[in-house]
Design a protein around this ligand. Structure first.
Ligand code: TYC
Ligand code: MN
Length: 371
């Protein structure tokens, strides 16, 4: 049942950097025959590493992270402006290569010791990404064997990508179109944008050859998960959602207006998004999101997906943070009442980011529910 991992040509010792590795191997073999300097192996050699890659889906190159080897596939769906990778690890010592690698079309600084690249070029033209190389190269996917990139606490799902059981689960996290590294296109918000995300998410997982998936959806990602579960009931095994809402009220509208101007956000929330998107795209996209979500206010009952809730068939766990300042409790209660057979779990100290703030508790809850 397990689909093949992205093919990783075991290229040169990317984990050490080609020339540096060769030199080290030579040196060590001269000093002490028998010492083996590890060569870069196929992706499977790194059991706990995370692969970053793109897949073409519905005309867009969607970026995703993938980790774990379990039979049970779980898709993590981020919220508004969600992002899985920051452009650089926060607060860690840096050892940049002089070259930036061109990652279709985003540029990452590469750490020669922590990534493994599979190159688009034919084997004969592959070049090593050595720490002394100044040659940019195009890469298809990258393996991060160290967590700085995806568990810095500034990404939407760091603790889930890092700590969900990798033997039980294959975890995929995606950037919806226009968010994170799934750009271009620029994000837009037609009235069916959640439906479009739901179709993209399911089509991405089908493209990656998964037969069936469970969904972990946060906030807007929870709305997307609900719609995906309703539209593709035979494809969705189970679902955990938190911080989601099925309709928009006057009270929500006031909250939306409060976040519209990103220059008023706290520095802590703003900084990583600004670093990833640049101020202009970040600010513009937030405004467009507010306009986008307010479209539902003018539909009957402010409906985002009210009609779809009765179509959800999968076991569903609704988690809510009692102190969530963005999504009031009544939204979670409503979902619990209208998603048949759903379970409800309240986290009294949880806010909107309960899966980050109380990561271990959340992960255990999710793992127990999914099994
Ligand atoms: N749904 C938003 C997200 O995906 C968060 C949010 C919810 C913002 C409600 C404002 O009134 C709001 N992150
Ligand atoms: Mn392409």
């Amino acid at each position: 049942m397990r689909p093949p991992r992205p093919s990783f040509a075991p290229t040169m010792a990317a984990t050490l950097g080609g020339r540096a590795a060769r030199q080290l191997r030579l040196l060590l073999s001269a000093l002490k025959p028998g010492i083996q300097v590890p060569r870069a192996g196929p992706a499977a050699a790194f059991g706990s590493s995370v692969t970053s890659a793109k897949a073409e889906v519905n005309g867009v190159h969607l970026h995703y992270l993938r980790t774990g080897d379990g039979e049970h596939t779980v898709l993590l769906l981020p919220g508004m402006l969600g992002r899985l990778l920051t452009t650089e690890p926060a607060g860690k010592p840096r050892r940049y290569l002089s070259a930036l690698c061109d990652f279709h079309p985003f540029k990452y600084p590469l750490f020669s010791t922590e990534v493994q690249c599979s190159f688009l070029q034919p084997e004969s033209e592959r070049r090593s990404v050595a720490s002394d190389s100044a040659t940019p190269c195009t890469i298809q996917s990258m393996e991060f064997s160290r967590p700085e990139y995806w568990s810095s606490g500034e990404t939407d799902f760091g603790p889930q990508i890092e700590k969900l059981n990798k033997k039980l689960f294959t975890v995929v996290a995606w950037d919806p179109r226009g968010y994170g590294h799934s750009r271009p296109p620029d994000r837009d918000f037609p009235v069916d944008f959640f439906e479009r995300d739901a179709k993209d998410a399911v089509d991405l997982m089908k493209t990656l050859k998964f037969k069936k998936v469970s969904l972990l959806g946060w906030s807007d990602g929870g709305i997307t998960a609900l719609i995906a579960a309703a539209r593709y009931p035979s494809y969705v095994s189970k679902m955990v959602i938190w911080g989601a809402n099925a309709y928009v009220t006057e009270q929500d509208t006031e909250i939306y207006q409060g976040i519209r101007d990103v220059s008023k956000w706290s520095e802590r929330t703003r900084k990583p998004l600004e670093a990833l998107y640049g101020f202009d795209y970040f600010a513009r996209t937030c405004e467009k999101w507010v306009d986008g979500i307010e479209q539902f206010k003018h539909l009957p009952d402010g409906s985002i997906c009210l009609d779809l809730l009765p179509l959800v068939q999968c076991p569903t766990l609704i988690v809510h943070g009692e102190k969530d300042p963005l999504v009031p409790r009544f939204h979670a209660d409503f979902l619990h009442r209208h998603v048949r057979g759903s379970r409800f779990h309240l986290m009294p100290e949880g806010k909107h980011n309960l899966h980050l703030r109380f990561a271990d508790e959340f992960n255990k809850l999710a793992e127990d529910f999914l099994q």
